[in-house]
Design a protein around this ligand. Structure first.
Ligand SMILES: Nc1ncnc2c1ncn2[C@@H]1O[C@H](COP(=O)(O)OP(=O)(O)OP(=O)(O)O)[C@@H](O)[C@H]1O
Ligand SMILES: CC(=O)N[C@H]1[C@@H]2OC[C@@H](O2)[C@@H](O)[C@@H]1O[C@H](C)C(=O)O
Length: 380
C-alpha cells in the first residue's frame, strides 16, 4: 500500500480529477487478452472508451496452460513471457493513456495455502510502454486474510450507479470460472456494509471447454450447439452439487481447475449428453449461489462468454427466480467488463482507494491491492 501510494504521487494520476485508464485482462478460459479504456476519478465512471482483443494462438495457449497449477519453474517463466508479449503487442496500440491496469494471467490460486499467482511483469510492461502500470492486484488482499478474488465487484458497484440502477441487482460473470456480485447501488460507497456480496459460483465454461478439446478437438461449444442435442444426466448433476463448496458461506473463490474432475463425472456419457450435463452444472452452481444473496436481486445481468451460449442462458432462466439477461440490456459491454474493471481498479489503487472489502473477498478490512510501477524515463 505505501509503495503504491508513494509512487502514485507521480503526475496526473496521484491527484484528484478524471484520468484515462487502460485495463487488460487475460482470463481463465485462455481465449486471449481483452483491453479497454475507461475514464474515472476512482469513484464514478465518467465514460467508456475503445477496446481491443488479441487472441492467443494455439501454441501460446498450450504454453500458458502448461503453467496452470504451478507456482514456479520453467513452465511458469514460459507462460509469463507469452502473457507479457501478448500484452505488449495489444497495449502498444492505444494512445493518450494516463495509466494501465494489468491483471496478468492467473496460473494458480489457493489463497489459504500458497497464495495466488498472476504472471506477467508489470514493471517490465511499464518500461516497454512508457506508462505507469498498476499490477499484482490480488496479493495484498490475500495477505490480509482475503480470497484475493473476485475483484470486479467494486467496478460492478460503479457500473450499477453509472447506468442508473436503483435496486439490488446481480452481475454474473461466466468465463472459465463463474462469479457473482450482488450489488445494492443505493449504498454510496462499495466498501460500506450492505453494498456488496461477491464470490465465485463454481466452474462455468472451463470444464465444457476441456471436454470439447478432449473429445472434439474444438475450443468451445459454440452457441451451445452440442449441448442442445444432449440430455442432462441427473445423477452426475447431483454428485456435482454434493461438493462442499456450494454449502460454504461466501465470500469464497476457486482456481480454474478446482472442478477439473467434473469432466470425469460425465466420462461415460455421449459427447452431447456430457456437454449438456456440464452446461447444467454451471447453471446449477449459479442457482445454489443465488441462495446466498442477502435479498433477491431485481435481475441477473450476465457478462463473459457464457452469455453467448443460449443453452446455458435458457437453463439459468429456468432455474433462477428472477429475470436473467446479458449486461448489454443495461448498455454495458459483456466482452470487455473485466478489462474495464482493471482500468477502474487501477485508478483506485493509484488514488489510494480500497479495491476489496469483507463482503467481496472476506478480507479483514477494506484494502487497496496493487503495485504501481513507473517507467524509468518518468523518474520513479
Ligand atoms: N458464442 C459462444 N457460444 C458459447 N460459448 C461461448 C461463446 N463465446 C464464448 N463462449 C465461452 O466463453 C468463454 C470465454 O469467456 P470469457 O472471455 O468471459 O472468459 P475469461 O475472461 O477467460 O474467464 P474468467 O472470467 O473466468 O477469467 C469461452 O472459452 C467459451 O467457453
Ligand atoms: C484468481 C482469479 O484470477 N480469479 C478470477 C477467475 O475468473 C473468474 C473468477 O475466477 C474471478 O474470481 C476472478 O476474475 C475476475 C476478473 C475477478 O477478480 O473479479
Amino acid at each position: 500500500m505505501n509503495k503504491a501510494m508513494h509512487k502514485a504521487s507521480y503526475g496526473a494520476i496521484g491527484k484528484s480529477g478524471v484520468v484515462t485508464a487502460l485495463g487488460a485482462m487475460s482470463g481463465t478460459s485462455l481465449d486471449g487478452v481483452d483491453a479497454a479504456v475507461l475514464r474515472s476519478d476512482g469513484h464514478e465512471i465518467t465514460s467508456f472508451g475503445t477496446s481491443r482483443y488479441r487472441s492467443y494462438t494455439t501454441q501460446e495457449r498450450q504454453v500458458i496452460a502448461a503453467g496452470f497449477g504451478k507456482w514456479s519453474g520453467p513452465e511458469v517463466a514460459a507462460a509469463a513471457e507469452v502473457v507479457e508479449t501478448a500484452h505488449r503487442e495489444l497495449l502498444a496500440g492505444f494512445d493518450k493513456i494516463d495509466l494501465i491496469g494489468f491483471h496478468g494471467q492467473t496460473l494458480a490460486h489457493a489463497p489459504r495455502v500458497q497464495g495466488t499467482l498472476q504472471v506477467g511483469d508489470g514493471a517490465a510492461l511499464a518500461e516497454a510502454l512508457g506508462r505507469p502500470v498498476v499490477w499484482d492486484f490480488r496479493s495484498a488482499d490475500v495477505e490480509l486474510g482475503g480470497e484475493g478474488a473476485p475483484l470486479a465487484p467494486f467496478f460492478h458497484h460503479a457500473c450499477a450507479r453509472y447506468v442508473g440502477l436503483d435496486a439490488p441487482v446481480a452481475f454474473l460473470n461466466l468465463g472459465g470460472v463463474g462469479n457473482l456480485t450482488w450489488v445494492d447501488p443505493r449504498v454510496a460507497r462499495p466498501e460500506q456494509e450492505g453494498a456488496l456480496l461477491a464470490f465465485d459460483t463454481g466452474p462455468a465454461n472451463a470444464p465444457l471447454n476441456d471436454l470439447m478439446q478432449a473429445r472434439r478437438g474444438e475450443y468451445f461449444d459454440e452457441g451451445g450447439r452440442l449441448a442442445a442435442q444432449g440430455r442432462v444426466e441427473q445423477g452426475a448433476l447431483e454428485l456435482f452439487l454434493a461438493e462442499p463448496y456450494f454449502a460454504r458461506i461466501p465470500p469464497k473463490s476457486l482456481d480454474r481447475n478446482d472442478f477439473a474432475e467434473m469432466v470425469a463425472l460425465v466420462g461415460e456419457l455421449s459427447d452431447a449428453d456430457a456437454a449438456a450435463t456440464l452446461t447444467a452444472m454451471c447453471a446449477a452452481g449459479v442457482a445454489e449461489a443465488m441462495q446466498h444473496c442477502p435479498a433477491p436481486p431485481a435481475r441477473v445481468l450476465v457478462t463473459g462468454g457464457g452469455r453467448l451460449n443460449p443453452v446455458l442462458m435458457r437453463m439459468l432462466e429456468v432455474s433462477l427466480d428472477c429475470p436473467v439477461m446479458p449486461v448489454e440490456e443495461v448498455g454495458l459491454d459483456g466482452d470487455m467488463l473485466e478489462a474495464q474493471a482493471f482500468a477502474y481498479l487501477a485508478v483506485r489503487v493509484a488514488r489510494g482507494l480500497p479495491t476489496s472489502c469483507p463482503g467481496t473477498t472476506g478480507v479483514r478490512a477494506a484494502v487497496g491491492g496493487g503495485t504501481v510501477s513507473l517507467p524509468s524515463a518518468h523518474g520513479g
